[in-house]
Ligand binder design. Structure first.
Ligand code: NDP
Ligand code: MG
Length: 381
């Protein structure tokens, strides 16, 4: 039995993780979880999974839930996230919270020897060097949940890093794949939230439309697989069937395929190095699909991808700025305060007004993260 602690249980990845846990009651048990503000869903999850400890964002919610469920421990806020991430009975932390709020709990979980299944890519983007160093120091595995990274991880099983020629990350193109920059001027939040292949949380769906999601994934891959940016390619593949590939020196390419279903990479991270059946998954029927399409990524059209490569290559505090500016700008777009293309403008302004500091420690990263959010908010005024 694997005891699991889950950050972001009420989210898209969180609820799909709970599906996996419930499908395999003899393999997994949820002992600790965090939610944000969705207390209605939290209640349902508590009743179904009976965790021992739950963290919420607000103290008032913790107080009222404590009255309802007197046998469960309730905690809240930033400290609550750490308490969930380090809960002694859990051996695995699945981090499915959104944003750089997941960074500190991840570092603390590593220091407590937890196996980390990481969906929360913003954590790796904002401080990949700290997370990877700490994981190495404490000898804990960091297993990817993001489908592209799971594909690469699967393709690398039994392979030596030194034989890698390049990583090929596939991109569906998101909601606006076929729109020109002109046509992007007036797109609405509703249009941006309509992803052709994947059903995901709001923030990552907008990131997919702006191609920032792919940019964040490039940085994520750089850290997870210790690969220089020059050896990471992005390829448009609109069907989202090939989840990513690795090309080796001898010209062989290994790809991982499947229908677009996040439960597959979530479960692989939880069962690694083993596999379990997933009876509710749609099986891939290539005869029915018939054709797969690929095309070159236009880095001029998708400026966020360009920003991410540049920020990643320069490094230091720049990826922190990239991530914090993006988180703040995407929220402003979702709140109807800015247009879709202003997301790019705000990120560009944030990056060009920042003087990067190399090899930042945690407190500098947290400082830069807050400063960048304040800067973007000042642009909103
Ligand atoms: P969602 O927005 O669906 O869920 C986010 C979760 O985090 C919710 O449980 C939410 O709580 C909680 N949360 C939000 N803000 C806070 C906060 N300040 N403090 C504590 N908890 C908070 O996101 P997704 O599931 O889509 O994404 C989660 C992560 O996984 C992201 O990093 C994303 O990039 C990554 N990812 C997602 C994929 C997907 O298919 N969705 C695919 C690959 C990666 P509540 O709702 O209760 O307020
Ligand atoms: Mg992905």
């Amino acid at each position: 039995m694997k005891y699991i602690s889950l950050l972001g249980a009420t989210g898209s990845i969180g609820t799909q993780t709970l599906d996996i846990i419930q499908e395999h009651p003899n393999e997994f048990h949820l002992v600790a979880m965090s939610v944000g503000r969705n207390i209605t869903l939290a209640r349902k999850i508590i009743v179904e999974n009976k965790p021992e400890i739950v963290s919420v964002v607000n103290k008032e919610d913790a107080d009222s839930l404590r009255n309802e469920f007197p046998n469960i421990k309730f905690t809240y806020g930033a400290e609550g996230l750490v308490e969930i991430a380090t809960y002694p009975k859990a051996s695995i932390l699945l981090n499915a919270v959104i944003g750089s709020v997941g960074l500190y709990p991840t570092l603390e979980a590593i220091r407590n020897g937890k196996t980390i299944c990481i969906a929360n890519k913003e954590t790796l983007v904002t401080a990949g060097h700290l997370v990877m160093n700490e994981a190495k120091k404490y000898g804990v595995p960091l297993l990817p949940v993001d489908s592209e990274h799971s594909a690469i991880f699967q393709a690398l099983q039994g392979e030596k890093e030194k034989n890698i020629e390049k990583l090929i990350i596939t991109a569906s193109g998101g909601s606006f794949r076929d729109k020109s920059r002109e046509e992007l001027q007036n797109v609405t939040v509703e249009q941006a939230l309509n992803h052709p292949n994947w059903s995901m949380g709001a923030k990552i769906t907008i990131d997919s439309a702006s191609m920032m999601n792919k940019g964040l994934e490039v940085i994520e891959a750089h850290w997870l697989f210790d690969i220089p940016y020059e050896k990471i390619d992005v390829l448009l593949h609109k069907e989202s069937i090939i989840h990513s590939m690795v090309e080796f020196h001898d010209s062989s390419v290994i790809a991982q395929l499947g229908t677009p279903d996040m439960r597959v990479p979530i479960q692989y991270a939880l069962t690694y190095p083993d596999r379990l059946p997933l009876k509710t998954a749609n099986r891939l029927n290539l005869a029915e699909i018939g054709q797969l399409h690929f095309s070159k990524m236009d880095i001029e059209r998708f400026r966020c991808l360009h920003f991410a490569f540049e920020a990643g290559k320069i490094g230091g505090t720049l990826p922190t700025v990239l991530n914090a500016a993006n988180e703040t700008a995407v929220q402003a777009f979702l709140d109807g305060k800015i247009t879709f293309l202003q997301i790019e403008d705000f990120i560009e302004k944030s990056l060009s007004s920042h003087k990067p500091v190399m090899n930042p420690n945690l407190s500098l990263i947290q400082e830069v993260d807050l400063e960048t959010r304040a800067y973007v908010n000042s642009l909103l005024q």
